[in-house]
Unconditional design. Sequence first.
Length: 508
Amino acid sequence: MLATIKSLGLSGIDPFVVTVEADIARGLPSFEIVGLPDAAVKESRDRVRAAMKNCGLPYPEGRVVVNLAPAGMRKLGPIYDLPILIALLVAQGSLPPVPHHVALLGELSLGGDIRPAAGVLPMVLGAPDLGLRQVYIPAENAAEGAVARGVDTLPAAKVDQVVAHLSGRGSAPSVPLTPPAATEHYRPDFAEVRGQREAKRALEVAAAGGHNLLLIGPPGSGKSMLAKRLPSILPDLSFEEAVETTKLHSVAGLLKAGEGLMTERPFRAPFHSISAAGLTGGGVHPRPGEVSLAHHGVLFLDELPEFPRAIMEGLRQPLEDGVVTVARVGYRLTYPCNFMLIGAMNPCPCGFFGHPTKACTCSQSAISRYLGRVSGPLLDRMDIHIEVPPVNYDQLTEAAAPETSADIRRRVTAARKIQSARFAGSPGIYHNAAIPPARLRQWCPLTPAADRMLRAAFARMGLSARGYDRVVKVARTVADLEGSPVIDVPHVAEAVQYRSLDRKYWSR
Ligand SMILES: Nc1ncnc2c1ncn2[C@@H]1O[C@H](COP(=O)(O)OP(=O)(O)O)[C@@H](O)[C@H]1O
Ligand SMILES: [Mg+2]
């Protein structure tokens, strides 16, 4: 008898239905699987066979052929263990046929335990649109399953539970969902950073408008410390943002056990030894890269000049498009990547170029070479450049406590509210940094005086067209922080100032 069982696959973060067909014919015992990559076939066969024997389930005699369709789509091998096993039971008549609105997925241990899987969240979220009403998922992914609407997710820990339920004997597999213990975990706070008022202001502007930012200053001035505190002033994830970000982490297999939707914006800080595939996505078994794991959050590149040129160049397209495409023979995948890029760097190899008290020991050419490692186009995409000078003794020992992140966050959130109203009806635009060139005039009206000032700065600074757009958008954010509908002189002045380090460091 031919058995047909539904399962799910992923192209990027978009789910599709995988159909598992099993046929058992008379003949010498054999077990063939088609439609999976070769290496996965052997492993799946071994696991399914062992799990059946160890769970006391009847293993078919005769020639077994299993087909996974559609043939052209890339399938993630291990999660088809469970549907293959169930298909074998149905094909033997040991289980009644499984209705077509039911799907199963899960890798098996040799003993019949169902192991956690990557990508459960995007699969169950897309299940209703694929005509599915029930999906058996691994018990450890229960929290992800609980996020889905319009589909029953049945979290099972063992094959026996699934078999019992499908045969009408057992109750529906479920696991009690305990919300993760509300541990008071430490979050870095801006109150711990003394002095650095200009840098904090720049980070506030960046957070308010979703702008990219570059911190430049001597070692120990607090650049890394400042960058790590950026998430603490970003607005809460909206439900849609949380879903998108969590999907990517789910596909990458990075969700912690019991984690349903992510509640905090991601902060990714890859080391400079990262590979191109690790940064932007791809690889032999394609998965989202750091740019996508930072979706709706922060990508922090500390010690920016240490990153190889090719890695920096690889950021241009994701920064520009907000999505990464991975092309492979026969298919292509896309992963979204809307992130804030934060870079930090010393101004020269010894770190003390421009330092108020310490002498820099680097030669002019060594400084130029060092700064030159940051590619021009990448520099151009950093909307805000800010110097982080060393803190002095008085600032460090000041009695007055600095503002907390919660205080700053209130202002950021207010500025984002104004933006949400502005972009209502423009899907995909969450903040000023994402304003497309065509809408610049409409959404960023300048007073005549502000326009004159920007015109003068444009000529003086030799801004590119992209640079111009970026300055206007930063000015828009500065105005929003003040609650001003139009962009006026002080707003433009501040935005222009954030581009002035170019001349001090790069165009000397
Ligand atoms: N403004 C500051 N206020 C309080 N502590 C600071 C400040 N700047 C630096 N520090 C201290 O110095 C350490 C080194 O700072 P760090 O952020 O690593 O510097 P950088 O990245 O610029 O080299 C921090 O962990 C912190 O303990
Ligand atoms: Mg540092």
